[in-house]
Every structure is written in C-alpha cells, then in structure tokens.
Design a protein around this ligand. Structure first.
Ligand code: MG
Length: 201
C-alpha cells in the first residue's frame, strides 16, 4: 500500500505558507509505516514544530494506470478524514535547500486516519470538514475549494504510479494549519459528525 499526498490543493492554504497556487498537482508520498496506530500521536524528537493538516482521504478500490478522468470515480468507493502531520521546521529547512520533503512528511505516525465511509453517503463536490484543536475550530474546509478534484488527482497520478487496491490519497489541506503541543486534543468532523479524535503526547 502506498500513500500519495497532494500539496497546495487549496489556494488559501498555498498562500498562507507563501507558496504559489500550482497549475499541476504537487505530489509527495508517505510510506505505509506512516499510518498512525491508535489515537495517540507522539511528537517526534527531531521537530519543534509539528503541524496538523486535516484532509479528505480516498481509498483506491480498483487499481489501474492511465486512468481517464471520466472513469476515475470508478476507482474509489470510500473516504475518510486524515491528518497529514508535518514537521514544518524540518520541511522549511529542506525546502530552502531544494531537498525532498520525505523526512518532514513521511515519518512514523504522520498519517492519522479516521474510519472509512462509503462515498455514496456524501456529495463529494460539497463536503464540509472541520478540525477542532482543544474544542476550537482551527480548520474549516469544503471540497468545493479544491483546485484539483479527486478525479483530477487519480487521472494525474496514475500516469506516473500504478494505483493498487488499498492505496490512499490525501487530497490536500485547507487554510488554518498550525502547530500542536503535548496535551492538545484534535477532533475531526465530516459534515458535522465527529469521526476522528487524537491526543498529542
Ligand atoms: Mg498536506
């Protein structure tokens, strides 16, 4: 299983980090060992600035390569919320040297996931999702604001990577990313229903 992630898929988030709004999806990957087990996220010793990024995640249900955009909806059946935990200090340092981001994005536990739900329960074009930190809203996103839709992303990435059943795609985060500290509680809501809760340790 591989975890494909999209960077800068919400214009206001790209701007909050001082990045250009992209013309093609910005892609990076996390290894399967990044999936967080349980509900406790331990701040790794190599970072002083771990950020949360709440994202809608899709799970590939049918593999393929060179998937056409018009067929892409047939390749996923379930969605979840995820947090793309990011060592922002390390990422900024790597970016400033023109180096790859993997150490800052792919470390153990950096991919937190809720349970998965059938996509046909939702209108994927207008999906509201929210992250509360210590009961206060810090991110409020809607998939309407995505620059690249899940179908765009599947069509794009499958030109490069064969998609397999079980692969996950983190579809990008809206504005409002920020840091966590020991003791913080993160709750993720999809269409107003809490489906993700994490404790920072
Ligand atoms: Mg992200």
């Amino acid at each position: 299983m591989k975890i494909i992630c999209i960077g800068r898929n919400y214009a206001e988030h790209a701007q909050e980090l001082g990045n250009e709004v992209p013309k093609e999806p910005v892609i990076f990957m996390k290894p399967d060992t990044a999936v967080l087990k349980g509900n406790d996220f331990y701040i790794p010793e190599f970072s002083e600035d771990i950020h949360y990024e709440l994202e809608v995640v899709i799970k590939i249900s049918k593999g393929g390569k060179y998937i056409l955009k018009e067929n892409a909806h047939k390749h996923f059946e379930e969605i979840a919320l995820g947090i793309d935990f990011t060592a922002r200090d390390l990422q900024q340092s790597l970016k400033s040297k023109g180096l790859p981001w993997e150490l800052a994005k792919g470390f153990d536990g950096s991919a937190a996931l809720s349970a998965f739900y059938p996509k046909n329960q939702f209108n994927l074009n207008e999906l509201e999702f929210e992250l509360k930190k210590n009961k206060e809203t810090v991110q409020l996103g809607n998939t309407q604001q995505m620059i690249f839709s899940p179908e765009d992303i599947i069509a794009f990435v499958s030109q490069y990577f064969t998609l397999r059943v079980g692969d996950l795609i983190f579809t990008g985060t809206p504005k409002g990313v920020g840091s966590v500290k020991d003791g913080d509680l993160l709750d993720g809501y999809l269409q107003g229903n809490k489906i993700l809760d994490l404790r920072i340790m």
